[in-house]
Design a protein around this ligand. Structure first.
Ligand SMILES: [Zn+2]
Length: 248
């Protein structure tokens, strides 16, 4: 029986109408037995905590997605500081910059930096979100030595191999998700082929990128094809990588 960890799954997404946990038995039957739920909105944080509390193998990465940077307040900041030290909280996320959403990049960067500071202060790694902002996010990560000090996962990776290598060199893992399964995908398969296996972790980003948690198995199978490895080898490596960066 294989064992996989989904490092980015929004089990609390409003689209799932509170039924996210109902997806877990099917996922567990396919060998997926670890789930990291990232934060998106401030209003979702309490629900995330409740979700993980009584559910084995569900871990949390509370934080504010850049699309909701306007929700950042001093109250949100102190709330996130409290959450960061709760049991089952393994990272701060998803945090970063996104030039395709409404809040200004200036505002997003203030919120990104504040959340990086909370992660640094509590020693938690970060789940990074970046859309069309790769250079700026890399600059900030380098400036604060985030990779060396706490590490993290660049979620939903779709940039080129040079960026992937740079991130790995800085101490980050690459979140490989359903983009890998697209017929016209080029950059991500190239990166998956040439990066060290120790750099890869798996994610579905459900419900945005996948409808079923089982898509994670397809992503793992695609990696076996690209790298000539067995499913068991990919499962073992990606689990170890996830545990290493998230520390659980
Ligand atoms: Zn996400």
């Amino acid at each position: 029986m294989i064992s996989l960890i989904d490092t980015h799954i929004h089990l609390d997404a409003p689209e799932l109408n509170g039924q996210g946990l109902d997806l877990l038995p099917g996922a567990q039957q396919c060998g997926i037995d670890g789930f990291i739920v990232p934060g998106v909105r401030v209003s979702g944080w309490a629900g995330m905590l409740a979700l993980a509390k009584n559910t084995e193998n569900v871990y949390l990465a509370p934080g504010l997605h850049p699309a909701y940077a306007d929700q950042w307040t001093p109250e949100a900041e102190s709330h996130l500081r409290e959450l960061a030290v709760q049991p089952k909280v393994v990272a701060v996320g998803e945090v970063g910059l996104d030039s395709t959403v409404e809040p200004t990049l200036e505002k997003q960067e203030i919120v990104f930096r504040a959340q990086l500071q909370i992660a640094l202060d509590t020693g938690l790694p970060v789940l990074l979100h970046s859309q069309k902002t790769t250079g700026r996010v890399l600059d900030i990560l380098r400036e604060l030595a985030i990779g060396k000090r706490i590490g993290g996962i660049w979620h939903g990776f779709s940039a080129n191999i040079q960026v992937a290598q740079e991130l790995v060199g800085l101490g980050f893992k690459i979140g490989v998700g359903p983009i890998l399964l697209r017929k016209n995908a080029r950059k991500l398969p190239d990166a998956v082929k040439s990066l060290p296996l120790s750099a890869l972790v798996l994610e579905t980003d459900l419900p945005d990128m996948a409808e079923k948690p089982e898509t994670l198995v397809q992503v793992a199978e695609k990696i076996t094809e690209l790298r000539g490895l067995s499913l068991d080898e990919v499962a073992r490596a990606t689990i170890e990588n996830a545990r290493q960066v998230l520390g659980f």
